[in-house]
Design a protein around this ligand. Structure first.
Ligand code: SF4
Length: 318
């Protein structure tokens, strides 16, 4: 059976070796963020549905985990859309928690956490990482370009009320877009919101691979440090850096590849990667990957900051 809904394990900067579960077709989301690595949202929705068959996801997980020999640090719901839009995500989390010991993490944009059903579904996870880039209507509209029925106050209250009852760890991710949410009024509003949410950790992020809009620039290190200092009055703040990724060179393992090209396309469909990242994920030598890529002719390069990222040519990323 082709594993359509499971990918990896991939190296995540924050979580280590992460087996990904993608429950949402490309690119269904409740937001259309400027910085999204998966390209523009083509189906902007807040309606939960069983976008992919739950039974098939569970059967793929069962099959994969019974044969897998690679180390896995965490199983993560992420991918190319908002995972909480899948109406049966709770059932899949319960399946994992009942049968395996791996920690389960959900990366979410947090927009549906004001619903009791979504809160219930995520309660059994070990780590939930909602994002909150702005606590003002202006910033939220400009950065996240939300579904028109979403309300930022209700989202903040939803994340806060979820975290009051949640027994796992909640990391709040804030993505800084210079010129929009790095202004003083935005930071003040974020401080107020994070006081209410009480996350275990705040993770500050900025552009480090090609986003949907090419004009966005990464925030400078000094700006991130300044904002981290302001937010650290509430809780621990981490600046997410590429270093953690580089430190994991020890995870590199030689594997005998089955359909390298298919795996490259599968990975790049979900997120742009550098050659080094692909080499770590696939466990293959960079030269070998380069050779495959040159022959494939469907991959392009984009420079962001000091990194050169490989992405699929536009017509192929859908
Ligand atoms: S970054 Fe996440 S929340 Fe924003 S559009 Fe992309 S998938 Fe949706």
């Amino acid at each position: 059976m082709r594993q359509k809904y499971i990918f990896g394990p991939v190296i995540s900067r924050r979580l280590g070796r992460s087996l990904g579960i993608d429950l949402i077709p490309h690119k269904v989301c409740s937001l259309n963020c400027l910085y999204c690595e998966c390209g523009p949202t083509t189906h902007l929705t807040i309606k939960r549905q069983e976008f992919v068959p739950t039974e098939e996801v569970i059967s793929q997980l069962r099959q994969f985990l019974s044969r897998n020999k690679k180390p896995i640090d965490v199983i993560t719901f992420s991918g190319s859309g908002e995972p909480t839009l899948h109406s049966h995500i709770g059932e899949i989390i319960h399946f994992l928690k009942k049968h395996y010991l791996y920690p389960v993490c959900v990366l979410t944009n947090g927009t549906l956490l004001d619903r009791k059903s979504v809160q219930r579904d995520l309660m059994a996870a070990d780590i939930v990482i909602p994002s909150l880039d702005s606590a003002t209507l202006r910033g939220f509209s400009r950065i996240n370009r939300p579904h028109p029925k979403l309300d930022i106050k209700s989202i903040i209250n939803g994340i806060a009320s979820f975290n009051k009852r949640f027994k796992g760890k909640l990391y709040l991710e804030i993505f800084i877009v210079p010129g929009i949410n790095d202004r003083e009024d935005e930071i003040k509003a974020l401080i107020k919101a994070t006081k209410k949410i009480q996350p275990d950790i705040i993770q500050l992020n900025t552009l480090d691979r090609p986003g949907t809009e090419s004009w966005i620039k990464p925030a400078s290190k000094s700006k991130l440090q300044q904002i981290a200092g302001q937010l650290s009055t509430i809780t621990k703040v981490e600046i997410i850096s590429r270093k953690a990724f580089k430190d994991r060179e020890d995870l590199k393992k030689k594997a005998i590849p089955r359909s390298i090209r298919g795996r490259i396309v599968n990975i790049l469909r979900r997120r742009p990667c550098t050659l080094s990242e692909l080499s770590l994920i696939l466990g293959l030598d960079k030269k070998e990957i380069k050779r495959e890529i040159q022959e494939m002719k469907i991959i392009q390069q984009k420079k962001v900051g000091s990194g050169i990222f490989l992405t699929l040519k536009p017509a192929l990323s859908d």
